[in-house]
Design a protein around this ligand. Structure first.
Ligand code: NAD
Length: 258
């Protein structure tokens, strides 16, 4: 039976790949994130054609708790449940702590950490009532280890792993699992945008940043593919993964093994 899947930040990159993976299975999907109306329409049409489920778009800004609550309520009123919640929306800012703009810190904590509290808070009563749910938080290798100049991002991603464990414990007896995925580098707009800033912060060329900073972190020396994170999300949402909860799965080319 088609499930209802909500994926935050799914107009681009990893979130789009995750939404695509669920839509291809015939699930109904709520997509979210910024983008031009015509691009969002094109995504909806493509996803609906792939698996036959229905796709709706909700424009909730992940810095706004009331809009987030409305997104979860809309998913439920449209499809009758929220079965899978993927907290994926995220942004990055690369700068030394002493120069890090205060409003950037607040924005990153709001989008990369607090928004997941708000979605989970709104989805829990629906999942508990159904005695079924799958919550997947897209953390990062930066939820486990740090890099310089990414203070807000690293703090938020470490925080999301704490929220994952706490929610898993609170929901363990209700058929709801809560897990995090910790990807290494995926070549999405989020990473492409930080290459010039990292080059500036480290005094390197952009090519040096790609090879000597980004791919150096991953022993495979290859980027993770967004589709591979989609496939891992399908597994965490499967029946076979019902005893996998309160943990994270790394998909980082060996980065955090070092
Ligand atoms: P991306 O920039 O390609 O996509 C980010 C998505 O979030 C977009 O759809 C954007 O519109 C949306 N978004 C941004 N701010 C929002 C807001 N205020 N409200 C609603 N939506 C908002 O980035 P990505 O690389 O696909 O990143 C997705 C997630 O994966 C993030 O949480 C990121 O931290 C994480 N991640 C990325 C990498 C990587 O290398 N790309 C590695 C590890 C973890």
């Amino acid at each position: 039976m088609a499930r209802t899947v909500v994926v935050t930040g799914s107009t681009s990159g990893i979130g789009l790949a995750i939404a695509t993976a669920f839509a291809a299975k015939g699930d109904n999907v709520v997509i979210n994130g910024f983008g031009k109306p015509e691009e969002i329409d094109a995504i909806k049409t493509k996803l609906e054609a792939s698996g036959g489920g229905k796709v709706i778009y909700h424009p909730a800004d992940m810095t706004k708790p009331a809009e987030i609550a409305d997104m979860i309520a809309t998913a439920n009123s449209t499809f009758g449940s929220v079965d899978v919640l993927v907290n994926n929306a995220g942004i990055q800012h690369v700068e030394k702590i002493e120069d890090f703009p205060i409003e950037k810190w607040d924005q990153i904590i709001a989008i990369n950490l607090s928004s997941s509290f708000h979605t989970i808070r709104a989805a829990i009563p629906l999942m508990k009532a159904k005695k079924y749910g799958r919550i997947i938080n897209i953390a990062s290798a930066h939820g486990l280890v740090a890099s310089p100049f990414k203070s807000a991002y690293v703090a938020a991603k470490h925080g999301i792993l704490g929220l994952t464990k706490t929610a898993a414990l609170e929901l363990a007896e209700f058929g709801v699992t809560v897990n995090a995925i910790c990807p290494g580098y995926v070549l999405t707009p989020l990473v492409e945008k930080q290459i010039p800033d990292t080059a500036k912060a480290r005094g390197m060329t952009e090519e040096q940043v790609k090879n000597e900073v980004i791919l150096k972190a991953q022993p495979t020396h290859e980027f993770v593919k967004a589709e591979e994170i989609g496939a891992l999300s399908l597994y965490l949402a499967s029946d076979e993964a019902r005893q996998v909860t309160g943990t994270h799965v790394s998909i980082d080319g060996g980065w955090t093994a070092e």
